[in-house]
Ligand binder design. Sequence first.
Ligand SMILES: Cc1ncc(COP(=O)(O)O)c(C=O)c1O
Length: 380
Amino acid sequence: MLLEARNLHIGYGDAPAVWDVSLEVDGGEIVAVIGPNGAGKTTLINAIAGLLRCRRGELRFDGADMTRINAHAYCSHGIALVPEGRRLFAKMSVEENLELGCYLRSARTARKEVERSFRTRNGMSEEEYLQWCIKNLEHAFIAQVDPESVAAIIIEPVLGEGGFIQMPTAFMQKIRELCDKHGIVMIADEIQSGSGRTGKLFAIEHTGVVPDVMTIAKSLGAGMPVSAVVGKAEIMDCTHLGGVGGTYGGSPVAAVAAIEALKILSSKEFLDRSTHVGNLIKSTLDSWKEKFAMVGDVRATGAMCIVEFVKDKNSKEPDMEIPLEVLKDAVAHGIILIRAGLYSNCIRLLPPIVMTDEQLHEGLQVLEDAIARAHEKRGK
Ligand SMILES: Cc1ncc(COP(=O)(O)O)c(C=O)c1O
């Protein structure tokens, strides 16, 4: 048996919340599920344990029916999963939590909801949503996790796999403030967003916030496999010799490539070119948003650009089918692309900054044609 639930106290609505539930997870880890009444804990426990089937409409959260678990619709609702040591909390959908519940042995990190201007919460404006995210982050340190037990906050200044979402300055400033206040290390993951991609050497520079540590890779070596962890001396120097390393660390050839690449990546000429490439792509993508019903949103931070596909522009329901179809079509016509986004419903564009405008237009045309064919096929 993977999971065994004991001492269940089930509560709905105003009835007592589930506080003293323990789950025996394979491997012996104990999990308590905490949170305010109606946060969906009961669904979680019941569903994990397979104990109870709720009738339609019986379980409500924020006034919404939670009986039928739907990750897309409820992806921003909160539940805290706290294993021994109060190290983990998760602000995720019930379904995601169920998944997480099964992988607890590897779960020692936490995810907080971050600002997503395309999909705000409960009809909030972008600004309201940003303020909500900031409050929610502050609140987490009161209600969900003891700041004393947080070693670091890791954030991508522009989410990569998550769908190219740029973190607003105010959000990054709040993280910096919380890190300073509680002695937490702020780590910027610049692996995808760094190395000149967004028009700055590092994407976090758009916000003016200075992290304590950064992770860098990908374009850093201009094709050579190399990655780096860089940070303030007081942090970097406190590890033992070789304390930050990996299998391929210290390759002299890759290191020389990175040094040479950095000279170019940090030049004004290169960074201006990155901004130019981004502007060029963005203006084309904006026109797709007008032309195609299936293009829900387009986003760009410098030359880090993305097209998000939806089933319907109003509901913004992610379309996972179209990107794959468009991708296959584009590959058949000579352009290799990859997807991104929580639901793999986006196609990302990270072209070489050194390509000419003509090459870029040609590539964009191939992609546009592929989208147009998918569009025509659906008659919309
Ligand atoms: C933002 C970001 N961080 C980290 C990684 C990869 O890290 P690792 O090589 O440790 O799997 C990626 C890879 O795509 C990435 O995009």
